[in-house]
Design a protein around this ligand. Structure first.
Ligand SMILES: NC(=O)c1ccc[n+]([C@@H]2O[C@H](COP(=O)([O-])OP(=O)(O)OC[C@H]3O[C@@H](n4cnc5c(N)ncnc54)[C@H](OP(=O)(O)O)[C@@H]3O)[C@@H](O)[C@H]2O)c1
Length: 266
């Protein structure tokens, strides 16, 4: 029950890994602020959190809007009086080769959601996290450590997140704030169906073998355990653990593993 009475802002809480983290945090008795754009879904998640024993406030937020991120933090502190944990989870992916991209604004948008969204929330949360000697969690991806075909813009935005949070970790260490970066491999969620295709629209189908990949619940559990222990990082699959070392001695082999994973959808 590491998050009992812990005041947590969770972005991307309306579905997928964020929804699963919301339920695990609620079970532990956290005071949640659930942020995303789909308010109806957030209300459903909030009700399910309350049924599990947590407190839950719905905060409609588009993380690409700096002012909305500032308001998210202000509302949290107005409601609960403090902030203990910020989980930057809201994210969006892509599934297309660069040469097929019709409009480059699609790749800019990925950067705005995945990188700038995390930056805005973290910037406004920082003074409150200093006071509580709190926790920052960033949901990155294996694509934040290595290149993945069909993911140029996504991988770039997740590499940016990691550079940002690894630098910030050093800045805030003496304030007692921990920064935990999570590196999920493929996870079963709606993200792949929502991934942007060549026309900038959601793909509309999931090319992955859903029964062969990690569940959102398992990803949420591992991430929160790492955050509770104030770990630097949570690396989830054997192939990503192995890949970190292999990349030092045989980077071409890691490229081939990434290519095969996309081709096989697992
Ligand atoms: N699934 C995987 O295989 C996988 C692997 C590695 C890393 N990840 C990372 O894990 C995180 C969660 O992904 P998921 O798999 O749970 O995907 P998901 O099911 O598509 O959920 C994404 C969440 O982000 C929110 N979101 C998207 N754009 C937003 C915006 N502009 N403002 C606020 N919220 C926004 C969505 O809510 P609304 O649409 O309601 O705004 C939703 O709650 C992401 O950062 C993703 O990159 C996922």
């Amino acid at each position: 029950m590491d998050f009992k009475d812990n005041v947590v802002i969770l972005t991307g809480a309306s579905t997928g890994i964020g929804e699963a983290m919301a339920y695990e945090l609620a079970r532990q008795g956290a005071c949640l602020v659930l942020a995303a754009r789909n308010v109806a879904r957030l209300e459903e998640v909030a009700a399910a959190c309350r049924a599990r024993g947590g407190r839950a406030l719905v905060a409609p937020t588009d993380v690409t809007d700096e002012e909305e991120c500032r308001e998210l933090v202000e509302r949290t502190v107005a409601e609960y009086g403090r902030l203990d944990t910020l989980i930057n989870n809201a994210g969006l992916s892509m599934w297309m080769k660069l040469e097929d991209v019709a409009d480059l604004s699609t790749l800019e948008y990925l950067m705005r959601v995945n990188y700038f969204g995390s930056l805005y929330c973290t910037y406004y949360a920082l003074p409150h996290l200093k006071r509580s000697r709190g926790r920052i969690v960033a949901i990155a991806s294996v694509a934040a450590r290595t290149g993945i075909p069909t993911r140029t813009g996504y991988s770039a935005s997740k590499h940016a997140m990691v550079g940002f949070f690894e630098s910030l970790r050093i800045e805030v260490e003496d304030d007692g704030i921990s920064v935990t970066i999570s590196f999920p491999d493929f996870v079963a969620s709606g993200m792949h169906t929502r991934s942007l295709g060549a026309d900038g629209q959601p793909l509309g189908h999931n090319p992955l073998q859903v029964d062969k990949i990690m569940t959102s619940e398992e990803c949420a559990r591992l991430t929160l355990a790492g955050a509770a222990a104030r770990k630097r990082q949570v690396v989830m699959s054997n192939r990503s653990r192995f890949g970190q070392w292999l990349k030092l001695i045989a980077p071409g082999a890691v490229d081939r593993i990434a290519k095969r994973a996309i081709a096989k959808g697992k």
